[in-house]
Design a protein. Sequence first.
Length: 113
Amino acid sequence: MRSHKGQVLACLTRDPKAFPDCAKDPEGHHLIVPASGPVTLDFGALPPGRYAVSLVHDENANGKLDKALLVPREGYGFSRDAPVRMGPPRFDEAAFRLDSETLRIAIKMRYLL
C-alpha cells in the first residue's frame, strides 16, 4: 500500500452477481481493518467453495472508493490479481477455490491516481 492512512475495506463473496460489491450478498463477508502496517484479513471458518475477494484502500476512511471522473482515486485489489480493464473484473477472473479450512492469498493493491 502506498500509505498507512485510513482503512482497508474487504469483501468476500461466493455470489458472482454480488462481486465486487458484496453489499448485495446477504451471505457475503465484510471486514474493515486499519491500513497501518502489514494488513492481514481473517474471514474465519468458511465452507468449501469458490470465492472472490475485493479490497479498497480507503485512505480518507469515508467508507467508500473515491473516484475522479470514474477513475479510482484510492487503491483497490482483487484476488488472483484479476485484471482491471474498463471496469472491475468478473467474478470468474478473481475466483479461487477453498477446499481446506486455511488458505492464504496475497492481493496486490493498485493505484491509478
